[in-house]
Design a protein around this ligand. Structure first.
Ligand SMILES: [Zn+2]
Length: 114
């Protein structure tokens, strides 16, 4: 028996259990706030709530929940590392742009009320 007990291993939302079975597609469970969430739930959430594509959201979710290096993500999900790099780069750009937009909106609201 291998026991790795760092962090949660069951998703609170869909009840999936973390899987590191090398023959199956891995499931990564991590914490968002205090809530254990799997990378699939987080991916769906990100792709619904942000402008990220599903693939970009997958990479962001995996990095967030499992703190996985790009080479590990690539190997586990059958992608080229350059593809993972590219998804991550696009996601970073989109999220930075979205943040900037929010900040611009906030500052224009503030200055309008002055
Ligand atoms: Zn889940």
């Amino acid at each position: 028996m291998t026991s790795h007990t760092t962090g949660p291993d069951r998703c609170d939302r869909c009840d999936s259990i973390e899987s590191t079975n090398p023959t199956a597609e891995p499931l990564v469970v991590g914490e968002i706030g205090q809530e254990p969430v799997c990378h699939l739930c987080r991916r769906d959430e990100l792709s619904e709530e942000t402008i990220l594509s599903e693939s970009e959201a997958l990479v962001v979710a995996l990095k967030e929940l499992g703190d996985l290096p790009h080479s590990t993500i690539a190997k586990q999900f059958g992608l080229a590392k350059s593809t993972v790099d590219e998804y991550n780069r696009r996601a970073d750009n989109k999220l930075a742009l979205a943040k900037q937009t929010v900040e611009t909106l906030n500052s224009s609201v503030t200055s309008a009320s002055e």
